[in-house]
Write a protein that binds this ligand. Sequence first.
Ligand code: ADP
Length: 555
Amino acid sequence: MKTDIEIAQEAVVQPIGEIAEKVGLKAHEIEPYGYDKAKINLDKSVDRQSDLGKLILVTSINPTPAGEGKSTVTVGLADALSLAGQKTMIALREPSLGPVMGLKGGATGGGYSQVIPMADINLHFTGDFHALTSAHNTLAAAMDNSIYQGNPLKIDPRRILWKRVLDINDRALRHTTIGLGGPTSGVPREDGFDITVASELMAILTLSTDLQDLKQRIEKIVVAYNYDKKPVTVADLGVAGALTVLLKDAIKPNLVQTLAHTPSIIHGGPFANIAQGTNSVLATKTALQLADYVVTEAGFGADLGGEKFMDIKVPKLGKAPDAVVVVATVRALKHHGGAALADLNQEDLLALKGGLENLGQNIKAMQRYGRPVLVAVNRFTADTDAEIKLIEDFVATLGAQVFLADVWAQGGAGAQDLAQAVIETSAQADADFTPLYQEDAPALEKLQAIVENIYGGVAVELSAKAEKQLTDFAQYGWDKLPIVMAKTQYSLSDDPKKLGAPKDFTVHIREFVPKLGAGFLVALTGSILTMPGLPKHPAALDIDIDENGQISGLF
Ligand code: ADP
């Protein structure tokens, strides 16, 4: 069996100008980055259709190490829509180097449903993450320099929110001490690193509507508190212009193609467990203006990326999905039902039955928004007919349609039924979109709505610190901001060990992080971390390059 990268290396690649032409982008509207990648120029003169295309959101059950294949199904479904003669585009996130060198793998799909150039996209791509890392750390340096140069803003070094970032899984950098080395080397203080995708600048980049909006959001970032416990912002530090300059190209969406040459926009990459988990508003909007069908994906399960797509992205995008596809695999559902990872290739109807409720809760979470939900079973070779039938019967009881997606093995040809159903369903999606909460509802009300309606839990518990924060935030009106949950992806609860569909659980909020530029509060639950570590056997150990420049081991 060929690996993902072997399949990608055999691809016949079309020049990026031809891909652009398919959706009516003219030569002056793209900035080619070599042969097969381009940035889309956001110049206002770009001629776009005023009727937006249909938006299809792909989400999934709670992931397990067995893998769900959300990106694979996203790409396969888009290729199937293209095969059916529909003008289709993909809007995906950019991969982070952390997981690429760590555990999870890339984010370009798999098998015969991939976006290419696969290696470039998974590595440095068009440099967006490097630009974000540089901009983020420029701000950190400007803040520490202000403290060093007499501290005119009276920044309290014990109350700093803005850490440094790196696009690498490096647990040793979670807590650091900086400014050592005597009076000329800065003011000593505790610091730490997050992964770049957790940076507020990433959230801002993915929510901004244009360069000026980006700059205004950057100005609002709260970097620290002063000795009077008042917020200090980027506007106070005076570097919003410089940071925006560093991001002037990163804000432009990236154009690539699938193995079957479906035009694909890949832009922005916040994780869905610690940030808002969707690609950029600009990318999705651009795709909706260029194509009749746009297939997009939100990270991890419907409880994380799905919820954030609906509650954070939809209001900014001004459009809700016309259909939602929840991806499930027989393997992962068996794992949710108690089967060991080593036994997932054996038929096990009992374990599968035990895991189905995880799919059920994620379907209900999405149906709650008043949008039609379809289920795609991402077919693995070991799946048996009896197992697939069990899933089909279960889904039928929830009023959703279910389809087999054999896109990993067959590309778009493996999802023709699903594509047809998506076309029919999205044509009827005229029901009102039902938001989960009112935009200005108090934080506790929002949290309770998420826990009850999306996770299937019963209560929210705030730590003493979180409770005090909400009281402090009230004086600035921050307690009314939308909430981005930072929660484990493995469980519907905040305990990664509770698989399936746990009941009667309480979600514990240990701390809030105000992100004023992005316009939301991050609620840290359980023991979730914003700088991942590498596993015992990181993917980096298997990656190599030969004397001809041929890469191996990149999945
Ligand atoms: P997600 O988007 O849910 O994280 P991906 O689509 O990135 O998942 O897939 C993760 C990995 O699983 C990829 O390496 C892909 O090749 C593999 N994969 C996905 N679907 C299948 C399948 N049906 N059979 C075998 N491998 C698959």
